[in-house]
Design a protein around this ligand. Structure first.
Ligand SMILES: *Cc1c(COP(=O)(O)O)cnc(C)c1O
Length: 391
C-alpha cells in the first residue's frame, strides 16, 4: 500500500472515521451477548489497521464502548497497540517461526498457538524472559485453515501442559473459527460447535484452567447466541457493517457504519454526445453532457472491478444531491462521473460510501459493484487517503 499522505489537509479525498460509532457498535454487541450470557466479554478485532479505519484510534474507541479485549492477526499490530499505550487484554494469532514471542510476553500480550513449533517457541520465550505466557490454543474445528485438528491437538497440548506444570505458561484459552458463520443454518455451524465442545472437554480433562473459550466472529455474534461462550470476536460489525447482508443491513443489527469516504470534484467539463470516457471507452456519452472527475482511483483502494463496463454503471457515487455511478474504467488516480445537468462545481464533495441511513451508498453497495465483500472495501483503502477522526 501507499505511504500515508504527507500533507493530509491538501489531499483531495479523505475517510471520515466516526469513533463514537465504533464505541456504539461495541456497546450494542456487548449488550446483545450479555442479554443471554451475562458474563460474556467482547474482543474487538482491530487487525489490518482496524479494517482500514486506523489501528490505535479505533482500538481506543472499542475499549470506550466496553470491549475488554483487542484481537489482531499480526504480532507487529499487537506491539504497535502496546507501544501507543493502549491498555486491555490483547490477543495476537498469526505468525511464522521467528516471531518475537519474548517481546510479546514482555508487552503483556496473550498469544495464540496453532502449531507445535509455536508451542515450543513460546515455551522457550517464557523460560528466557521469566514471563509466564498466556496461551490460547487454536483448534481447527472444520474451517480447514489455521489451528490443530482434534486428531493432532495433543502435539500442542502436551508440551503446553508440561510447561504449565513448570509454571512457564498458562493455558488461558481455547478457540476456533467458523467456515460458514454467515449462513447460521448451515450444518457445519452446529458440527463445528460440537467439535469445539469436545476440544474444551479434552482441555479441561487434561488440566488446562481455561479462562476464555471463544468461537464467534461478527456474523455468529449477531445471529447465533449459542456460539457466544465466554468471549466473542467481532471485527466487521465493530465498524458498523453487516457481515450478513442477505439477512440485514447495519440498522437491522443496531450498527452504525463508521467510515465515510469522500472526494473533492477536481474538474467539471462539457462533452458532446457519443464521446468515449476513460480508458478503452467503456462508457459513451448518450447526449451532450457534463463530466465530473474525482481524484481517487485504484491507488487509493477504489476497486478497479467496480469500473463501469459497456455503459453499465460502475461503483455508486453520491454527488449533487443524486446517486450517480462511475462512468467507464476506474484509473489509478481518478474516476469519472457523468453528471448531466446537475449543478455540480469543482470543489464539491462526492461521497463514495458512508452510512446508507444518511442517504449515501454503503460499503456493501461497493462490494456488490466490485463482486466482493464489504470487508475488502474498507480494508483495501490505501494509506495515502487521510483518515479524519470524529470524536
Ligand atoms: C478476522 C477474524 C475475526 C473477525 O471476523 P469478522 O468476520 O470480521 O467479525 C475473528 N476471528 C478470527 C480468527 C479472525 O481472523
Amino acid at each position: 500500500m501507499s505511504q500515508p499522505s504527507q500533507f493530509p489537509a491538501l489531499y483531495p479525498a479523505r475517510a471520515i472515521i466516526d469513533l463514537p460509532a465504533i464505541s456504539h457498535n461495541v456497546a450494542s454487541m456487548t449488550s446483545r451477548v450479555r442479554s443471554h450470557h451475562p458474563q460474556a466479554q467482547v474482543m474487538a478485532v482491530v487487525k489490518a489497521n482496524a479494517y482500514g479505519h486506523g489501528l490505535v484510534p479505533s482500538a481506543r474507541a472499542a475499549l470506550q464502548g466496553g470491549a475488554t479485549w483487542l484481537g489482531v492477526a499480526q504480532a507487529s499490530e499487537a506491539l504497535a497497540l502496546r507501544s501507543a499505550g493502549v491498555p486491555g487484554r490483547i490477543l495476537t494469532w498469526l505468525y511464522a517461526p521467528g516471531v518475537p514471542f519474548a517481546e510479546l510476553l514482555a508487552a503483556d500480550i496473550d498469544v495464540s498457538v496453532a502449531a507445535p513449533w509455536a508451542a515450543h517457541q513460546v515455551i522457550a520465550a517464557a523460560r528466557d524472559t521469566g514471563v509466564q505466557a498466556r496461551v490460547h490454543v487454536k483448534v481447527d474445528t472444520g474451517l480447514g485453515r489455521n489451528g490443530a485438528t482434534l486428531d493432532h491437538v495433543g502435539e500442542i497440548l502436551d508440551p503446553l501442559l508440561d510447561a504449565q506444570r513448570a509454571g512457564l505458561v498458562s493455558i488461558t484459552g481455547v478457540w476456533s473459527h467458523f467456515a460458514f458463520a454467515d449462513e447460521p443454518d448451515h450444518p457445519t455451524v452446529v458440527a463445528q460447535a460440537h467439535v469445539f465442545d469436545q476440544a474444551i472437554a479434552l482441555f479441561e480433562r487434561e488440566g488446562a484452567h481455561l479462562e476464555v473459550r471463544h468461537l464467534a466472529n461478527s456474523a455468529a455474534t449477531l445471529t447465533n447466541p449459542a456460539a457466544t461462550y465466554d468471549l466473542v470476536r467481532p471485527g466487521l460489525a465493530v465498524y458498523g457493517l453487516s457481515p450478513v447482508p442477505h439477512l440485514g443491513g447495519p440498522q437491522d443489527f443496531d450498527l452504525r457504519p463508521a467510515m465515510t469516504l469522500e472526494a473533492d470534484v477536481a474538474t467539471v467539463k462539457d462533452l458532446p454526445a457519443g464521446h468515449g470516457v476513460s480508458y478503452a471507452h467503456h462508457y459513451l456519452t448518450q447526449r451532450d453532457t457534463r463530466l465530473a472527475v474525482l481524484p481517487v482511483g485504484y491507488a487509493d483502494g477504489i476497486p478497479r472491478h467496480a469500473s463501469g463496463a459497456h455503459n453499465e454503471p460502475g461503483g455508486p457515487i453520491a454527488l449533487g444531491g443524486k446517486r450517480l455511478a462511475i462512468a467507464g474504467r476506474v484509473c489509478m488516480d481518478q474516476v469519472v462521473v457523468d453528471i448531466g445537468d446537475l449543478p455540480v462545481v469543482e470543489g464539491d464533495r462526492a461521497v463514495l460510501f458512508g452510512d446508507p441511513s444518511a442517504g449515501v451508498p454503503g460499503a456493501q453497495d461497493w462490494a456488490d459493484a466490485a463482486g466482493t465483500i464489504s470487508y475488502e472495501i474498507t480494508t483495501r483503502l490505501a494509506d495515502r487517503v487521510p483518515r479524519i477522526y470524529l470524536t
